[in-house]
Structures are given as structure tokens and as C-alpha cells.
Design a protein around this ligand. Structure first.
Ligand code: BES
Ligand code: ZN
Ligand code: ZN
Length: 499
């Protein structure tokens, strides 16, 4: 998707469609849009007077210019009450509008950041939100639909114009938005890939491509190296699969110091059958997305490098399948993690925490300023918080506040969950140091308490994205399938840490 910025007048740009923003209860169009209305022989203000155009959020009115403007169409997009406009609402409205225009075979679109931004959103932030909304909203995944690979309808490009004085802000905002949204879409691609294609080896290849494109250091540890590091928990999960496991390690150095400021850790189960504690077959196919945390941390470190953020970051992705092969883990087996702790595996479907245990030990050993892990960890988190919010679990109130704040800016909600030690007691094992499941209740919390016991004293936050990593319904800039959550939030979070 090509996003260009410009300072041309809307009345002079040749394009298939111009999008004009309009607010509920306002009698006039915004800023420079009145010139368009004049060229259209005041058709727009006429419809506003007659009550057809109200400015209600997501209301769209399409007028054909029939030669009155170089642009073929004018779309008046309602953004609701001016005081209530947020970047998130702008992203959503742009996404839906661009999809509808694509349905009408529109190829080029122009919109504007106005005189000084849109409502309370300044020029740079508006350009970023418009860019993100369009890139995320127009995302499609049709690699395996051989008849639709070359879609007949697609948007060629978007031009964001506006006040010449805001040209450099507009350019910066659009450039940032392209990086963050393309990073989300990159993660979505990995998550939408089926399990037979997105194997641990293919994930490592994707990491290599990313590392050369974004100038990151990369290391991929093989089974033997994991064994010599003592990663018995990760290897335990991998032993039921024919696919060799990989531990992907990416490094970004954005400032002159050997200190790693943040270590990102992402769950990379490329398919979760449950193992010997086999999952029911209904919806088991969704478990091809059980590497969404891994994809997200890789996408985020790539974007941080493209944005030249002044911070040192490492990203670790333990990648393996969880399969019930002949060598598979059995309920009752006891594994030894990298830090020497023994784990009694009472349910082989609680595998995410096992592979994360070793990755977290590894991360803690490099003594980062903080660890952030991201995982499609528990169905319980989905039950607790629903589709619209990820769970945040932390031993540090400041980190957790920074992450929630970042999430409010990106629209990827995060809600802090409790970490009381009573839940830790549920993981006491009769045969080992810890067991990998608690009881029926509070499953997202017991999972987090399990992870906590592998980070030592390190400042740490765990994001459970089991409910948010994919969606069954199109919504705003989300399309059916992988959402890319929480790539943009991780980027925002790392940017705010760097300040
Ligand atoms: N990958 C699943 C969690 C999951 C479920 C993610 C649904 C996305 C959608 C995880 O490995 C798992 O199976 N967790 C178990 C834990 C239980 C056995 C303690 C669960 O949530 O049922
Ligand atoms: Zn599982
Ligand atoms: Zn899993």
C-alpha cells in the first residue's frame, strides 16, 4: 500500500475519491472542504441542510462529481461529535470507508489533515491514524486462494494532503503509521499462515528475513544448543513433534551501551494440538495462531529498528509444535528448566508456560531492565476479559501502567489482573518444585504466577492475548483472522521507555 503526503488543494487533485470529514451537529464542513462544496455547486451543504448528512460516526454519503472536480467522487464521512473524536475512532472510520470504496472498485483516495489537524488530533497524529487505519483495514490474506490471488479490486494508494505549513508533520506521521501498521500486518501474515507452512523452521526463516530488512542481529538456537543450556521444559514440549524446535533471538541496538533495556519474549507454538492431553477437535484449527505472541514481538523489534528508537531491545521466541507423537510428554512427566527448577507436567496442553519458562530464564540471565512476555496463554483469560481486552500481569505497577497507557493510545486495551500469592500456592506439586496447572478457577492468574517464578527479581509484565490475537468478525480496522495485537502497543511502550 502506497501512502503519499501532499499539500495540494482538494479541488485540484485528480483521484477516484476524496474523503471529507464532517462532525455531528456542525452546520459547516471542516476547513478547506468548503472549496469542494462550492465546486460541487453546494450540493454537500444542501444535503446537510435537508438533514441527509448528519455527521453521525461512520455515516458515509457518496456524491459523484460528474466533472465538476478532478476527483471522481466525494465521500462525506461522519466522525461523530467533534469533542469525542479519538485517533482510534479515526482509524476505524478510515478503515471501513476504504474497504467500502474498494468494494466499489475505487483505486485512489485522497483525504486531508485539515488546517491544524482533525478536531483535537494534531497533524502528525492525524496522518498516523489515517495511515494506520487504511493499511490495517485493507489487509487481506489470500495466499492460498489460487483464484483470488490477484484480486480484481484493490486500492492502489492514498494521498494525505492538508495545510502546507503542516507538511513535515504530515510526512512524519504517515511514515510512522506505515511502519507500525505494516509491522502489525507482517505479524498478521505469520499468524494467519496454516500450521503446516508456519513451522518453527519457517518462523526462524521469517525472523532472518526480518533481521536483514530491519538490520537486527539474529541467532537461532537448535535443539543441541538448547540442551546444553539446560532448557528441559522447551525441549520437553518439542519432543512430541517431528518438527525441530528453534529458539529465535533478535537484537536491536539503538543506543551506545551493552545494557539490554527490554527483553521481549513471545510464545511461538506453531500448532497446539494439546499434546497427549489432546484438545477437542472443534476449533482446534484456531491453534495455528498459537505463535501470535512470537510473531508480535518479532514485528515490534523490527519496527523499533525502522523507527530508530533510542533503546536496546532483545526479542526471544521459543518456537515449537505441541504434538502427541510417540515421544511426546506424558501427564506426570517431570522436566527440569534452565534455572534448575523441576516442573511436574499434569496437563500437556499447558505447554505455553513450559516453553516460556526456559525463554524467561534465558531473558532474566541477560539482566535486562525489564522483561515483557506476550502469549496466547489461556482460554481462561478470554473467558475473563472477552474479545476486546488483553490481560496484563506484572510484578511492577509502573510497567503495567505504562503498558495500559500505551494500549489506550493504540486502541489495543490492556487490563491489569491480580497476582496474589494465594494463586501461587495452587501450583505446589507433590513430586516436583512446581506443577504446570492450578485448579479450575482463575486459570489466567495461575498461569501468570507460574511464569513469574522464572523471572526472578526482574521487572516483568506478561500479556495474555488468547482472547485478542484473532477475531471472528470484521470490526473497524480489524479483519477476520489475526489482529496483530499487541504489535502497535509494544512499539508505543518501547518508545515511552526510551524517553
Ligand atoms: N494455546 C492455549 C490457550 C488458548 C486457548 C489460546 C484458546 C487461544 C484460544 C494454551 O496452550 C492452552 O491450551 N491452555 C489451557 C491451559 C489449561 C490446560 C490449564 C487452557 O486454556 O485451557
Ligand atoms: Zn495448550
Ligand atoms: Zn498453547
Amino acid at each position: 500500500m502506497i501512502i503519499k503526503t501532499s499539500s495540494e488543494n482538494l479541488t485540484e487533485i485528480k483521484t477516484d475519491a476524496i474523503i471529507l470529514y464532517h462532525f455531528q451537529g456542525h452546520k459547516k464542513l471542516e476547513d478547506n472542504a468548503s472549496a469542494v462544496d462550492n465546486a460541487m455547486e453546494r450540493a454537500i451543504s444542501g444535503l446537510m441542510k435537508s438533514g441527509e448528512i448528519t455527521g453521525k460516526y461512520n455515516e458515509r454519503t457518496v456524491l459523484h462529481s460528474l466533472g465538476r472536480l478532478p476527483a471522481g467522487r466525494v465521500i462525506i464521512l461522519g466522525l461523530g461529535k467533534k469533542k469525542e473524536l479519538t485517533a482510534e475512532k479515526l482509524r476505524g472510520a478510515m478503515a471501513e470507508t476504504c474497504r467500502r470504496l474498494r468494494d466499489r472498485a475505487v483505486k485512489t483516495i485522497v483525504c486531508s489533515t485539515g488546517k491544524r489537524g482533525i478536531a483535537g488530533i494534531d497533524t502528525a497524529a492525524a496522518a498516523q491514524a489515517i495511515t494506520e487505519g487504511t493499511i490495517l483495514g485493507l489487509y487481506t490474506f489470500r495466499r492460498y486462494q489460487t483464484d483470488k490471488k490477484e484480486p480484481s479490486k484493490f486500492i492502489d494508494g492514498i494521498v494525505i494532503t492538508g495545510n502546507p505549513a503542516g507538511a513535515s508533520d504530515r510526512e512524519k506521521g504517515a511514515a510512522t503509521g506505515s511502519i507500525t501498521a505494516e509491522a502489525s500486518n507482517w505479524a498478521r501474515d505469520l499468524v494467519n499462515e496454516p500450521g503446516n507452512h508456519m513451522t518453527p523452521a519457517r518462523m526462524a526463516e521469517a525472523a532472518k528475513e526480518l533481521s536483514s530488512r530491519c538490520h537486527l542481529d539474529i541467532q537461532v538456537l537448535e535443539r543441541e544448543e538448547m540442551a546444553s543450556l539446560g532448557m528441559g521444559a522447551l525441549l520437553g514440549v518439542a519432543q512430541g513433534s517431528l518438527q525441530p524446535p528453534k529458539l529465535i533471538i533478535l537484537n536491536y541496538k539503538g543506543r551506545d551501551s551493552d545494557k539490554i533495556d527490554v527483553a521481549l519474549v513471545g510464545k511461538g507454538i506453531t500448532f497446539d494440538s494439546g499434546g497427549i492431553s489432546l484438545k477437542p477437535s472443534e476449533k482446534m484449527s484456531d491453534m495455528k495462531g498459537d505463535m501470535a505472541g512470537g510473531a508480535a514481538v518479532m514485528a515490534a523489534i523490527g519496527a523499533i529498528s525502522q523507527l530508530n528508537v533510542n533503546i536496546n531491545v532483545a526479542a526471544l521466541v521459543p518456537a515449537t509444535e505441541n504434538m502427541p507423537g510417540g515421544g511426546a510428554l506424558k501427564p506426570g512427566d517431570i522436566l527440569t528448566a534452565m534455572n534448575g527448577k523441576t516442573i511436574e507436567v499434569l496437563n500437556t496442553d499447558a505447554e505455553g508456560r513450559l516453553i516460556l519458562a526456559d525463554a524467561l530464564c534465558y531473558a532474566a540471565r541477560i539482566k535486562p531492565g525489564a522483561i515483557v512476555d506476550v502469549a496466547t496463554l489461556t482460554g481462561a483469560c478470554h473467558v475473563a476479559l472477552g474479545d476486546f481486552c488483553s490481560g496484563a500481569f506484572s510484578n511492577d505497577g509502573r510497567l503495567s501502567a505504562m503498558m495500559s497507557d500505551a494500549g489506550e493510545e493504540t486502541g489495543e486495551h490492556m487490563w491489569r489482573m491480580p497476582m496474589f500469592n494465594e494463586y501461587r500456592d495452587l501450583l505446589k506439586s507433590e513430586n516436583a518444585d512446581i506443577k504446570n496447572i492450578g485448579n479450575r478457577w482463575g486459570g489466567a492468574i495461575t498461569a501468570a504466577k507460574f511464569l513469574e517464578s522464572f523471572v526472578g527479581e526482574t521487572h516483568w509484565i506478561h500479556l495474555d492475548i488468547a482472547g485478542t490475537s484473532d477475531t471472528e468478525k470484521e470490526r473497524g480496522y480489524l479483519v477476520k483472522g489475526a489482529t496483530g495485537v499487541p504489535v502497535r502497543t509494544l512499539i508505543k511502550f518501547l518508545q515511552s521507555i526510551s524517553r
